[in-house]
Write a protein that binds this ligand. Structure first.
Ligand SMILES: Cc1cc2nc3c(=O)[nH]c(=O)nc-3n(C[C@H](O)[C@H](O)[C@H](O)COP(=O)(O)O)c2cc1C
Length: 196
């Protein structure tokens, strides 16, 4: 059996980026436990062709490659900076272009970074419902980290590190548990239910 492909996507347009560093830290916690292939993307990888596209057909090759990677991944790590109390607009635009059926039953770790703790619940109130729309399996432990909880671009706060480890462990468990034990007709039922 081939190892699962995990795609980490950061909703930031900055490099270096705390959101990207958080996504990489979660991936590293999962990699400590299971064999998996990892691809990491941010909005710079998608390029200006993402924001300029009103539809999937209008995406530039770079932006299309990111959407394709998200759709074909076995699991996602989705982390966005908080902008004006929500995930970034381009992060939402990216997921607006993702096929609604493509994340069905797939494990997703959700997280965010922000300037302070005031908007910590953005993960529960906005990111989790977004992936609920896709009928994805968001892992129970989400992650939020404020700017002061990073040093040299990496998360260092012990509580944040513990949550990263927990989310990575939960991602690894979900990937191990869902290795296509589902009968094909059950998969089809799930797909039809999510499209209804
Ligand atoms: C346009 C803009 C809006 C922001 N709005 C918020 C906000 O509403 N709440 C917050 O806590 N931080 C806010 N921030 C701070 C960023 O979320 C924070 O610095 C984040 O860690 C940046 O992540 P990055 O390094 O991955 O780009 C904002 C930053 C920018 C540039």
């Amino acid at each position: 059996m081939t190892s699962p492909h995990v795609v980490a996507i950061s909703g930031s347009v900055n490099r270096p980026s705390k959101s990207r560093a958080l996504a990489e830290a979660v991936a590293s916690a999962a990699l400590d436990r299971i064999d998996m292939r990892l691809s990491v993307f941010d909005l710079i990888d998608a390029g200006p062709g993402l924001g300029a596209a009103f539809g999937r057909d209008a995406l530039s090759p770079d932006a299309s490659a990111v959407v394709d990677a998200i759709e074909s991944a076995d699991a996602l790590i989705a982390i966005s900076p908080v902008y004006k109390g929500s995930y970034t607009g381009l992060f939402k635009h990216l997921f607006d272009l993702v096929d609604p059926a493509s994340l069905l039953n797939k494990p997703v770790v959700v997280g965010a970074t922000g300037g302070g703790h005031r908007h910590g619940l953005v993960v529960e109130h906005q990111l989790r419902p977004l992936f609920g729309f896709f009928s994805a399996l968001t892992v129970p432990s989400s992650i939020y980290a404020s700017d002061h909880e990073f040093a040299e671009g990496k998360p260092v706060d012990p509580t944040v590190l513990a949550r990263i480890d927990l989310a990575g462990a939960q991602l690894a468990s979900l990937l191990l548990s869902r290795r296509s034990y589902l009968l094909p007709e059950r998969k089809e039922q799930l797909r039809a239910a999510s499209a209804a």
